[in-house]
Design a protein around this ligand. Structure first.
Ligand code: ZN
Ligand code: ZN
Length: 326
C-alpha cells in the first residue's frame, strides 16, 4: 500500500517538519489517499520491491516511492504505539556534519551529499515493559575518618551493614526487537520522550523504512528485566552517599510484569562503507542524539603523522573523541 496524492498521483509522505502528510511532488498538504496493490511490487512503477523477512515498510529502488506492507502492521503485528519522527532528513544530515566536519582523518567523502542523501529513517520495533519491582539490597558501607595529632596521622575505618527495601514501578522499559540493529547502539540512543507516543497509524510509516518485531516479547523480556534491576540498583546506590564506598553483599529484584506495549521508535541511520568495513551511525529521530563510531582514513593519518610528531597526539585525541561521540 502507498499513500498517493489526489492532486498529482505522487507519493505522499509524513513530514517531520510539518508534522503532517505532505506531497513533495506538488507541494501540497494532507492530499494522500491509500492505494492498494498486490504482492511485493511497487504500486507507483510496478517494479519488484526488495522485501526481507521482517520488512514492514520499504522504499522502491527504482522510483523512490515508499510502500507499507499492510499484512505486517496488522493483527498480531499491529503496533500499539508509534513515536513520530520529529527530526527531518535535512536536520539529521546537519547534525552529522556538525559533529564531524572539524575532525581530521575522516575519509573525504564521509560527509558528501551523495553519500548522506542515502540516509533513511527507520521505525525500529521495540517492546516496552511495565514492571512492579520489589527490590531488596544488602551491602557493607565504609566510612573513613582521617585526622592528625602532632606528627601522627590517624585513620579510622568504620564498616556499616546497609539494608534497603524499595518498591518501584517501572513504566515502559524499552528493548529493541530488531535483530539487525545493534542492541548497545539502540540503548545508547535513549532517552526518548515517551509523552509524545501516539496510537499507531500507518500514515506515519510513509516516507520511512520499518520492520515488524523480529523476536517475541517474552524472549526479549530478559533484557528488560536486566535494565530494571540495574536501574533499581542505581536508585538505591544514590541513597547511600553517606558512605565513601558500598560493597554489595546481596540484592534481589522481584519483578512482576504489568503490561507490554509494542511500539515503533524513530531512528535515522547512516551506513557508510570504508576500506571494506561497514560503519553505522544512528540518530534518535526525536531528540537528534547521535551514536556511532567514525571511520579513520589511514591514508590521511599516515600523511599527517609523517610530517610531524604532533600527528601521534592528534590520533590519540581523535580516539578519545570517538569514545565521547559514542
Ligand atoms: Zn501531489
Ligand atoms: Zn517504484
Amino acid at each position: 500500500m502507498i499513500f498517493k496524492c489526489v492532486n498529482c498521483g505522487g507519493n505522499v509522505i509524513y513530514s517531520p517538519e510539518k508534522a503532517g502528510m505532505y506531497c513533495p511532488y506538488c507541494d501540497s498538504d494532507e492530499s494522500g489517499e491509500k492505494a492498494q496493490g498486490a504482492g511485493f511490487t511497487c504500486i507507483s512503477c510496478g517494479a519488484p520491491l526488495e522485501v526481507e523477512e521482517f520488512t514492514s515498510a520499504c522504499k522502491c529502488k527504482y522510483c523512490g516511492s515508499y510502500s507499507i506492507l499492510e499484512e505486517r502492521v496488522e493483527g498480531e503485528f499491529t503496533p500499539h504505539l508509534v513515536l513520530p519522527f520529529k527530526v527531518g532528513k535535512k536536520q539529521a544530515k546537519e547534525k552529522i556534519v556538525e559533529q564531524f566536519k572539524k575532525k581530521r582523518f575522516i575519509p573525504s567523502d564521509f560527509l558528501s551529499e551523495a553519500k548522506m542523501e542515502k540516509m533513511e529513517g527507520n521505525y525500529v520495533p521495540f517492546f516496552m515493559y511495565d514492571y512492579d519491582c520489589k527490590y531488596h539490597y544488602e551491602g557493607i558501607g565504609k566510612k573513613v575518618r582521617v585526622w592528625r595529632s602532632g606528627n601522627t596521622e590517624y585513620t579510622e575505618t568504620s564498616l556499616y551493614k546497609v539494608e534497603r527495601n524499595m518498591d518501584v514501578d517501572f513504566a515502559g522499559i524499552p528493548v529493541d526487537a530488531s535483530k539487525g540493529m545493534k542492541d548497545d547502539m539502540m540503548d545508547l540512543l535513549e532517552p526518548y520522550d515517551y509523552q509524545a507516543l501516539e496510537q499507531f497509524q500507518d500514515k506515519y510509516l510513509s516516507g520511512f523504512l520499518s520492520e515488524r518485531y523480529n523476536m517475541g516479547s517474552e524472549e526479549l523480556s530478559i533484557r528488560a528485566r536486566e535494565k530494571a534491576k540495574k536501574d533499581a540498583e542505581s536508585m538505591i546506590k544514590s541513597t547511600l552517599t553517606a558512605y565513601q564506598s558500598v560493597k554489595t553483599e546481596s540484592d534481589e529484584a522481584n519483578l512482576s510484569l504489568k503490561d507490554t506495549k509494542y511500539s515503533l521508535l524513530p531512528v535515522w541511520s547512516y551506513l557508510y562503507e570504508y576500506g571494506g568495513k561497514k560503519y553505522e551511525f544512528h540518530l534518535n529521530g526525536q531528540t537528534g542524539k547521535l551514536v556511532g563510531e567514525p571511520p579513520i582514513s589511514t591514508k590521511k593519518v599516515v600523511a599527517y603523522s609523517t610530517t610531524t610528531f604532533l600527528g601521534v597526539f592528534a590520533i590519540l585525541n581523535f580516539l578519545r573523541m570517538i569514545l565521547e561521540v559514542i
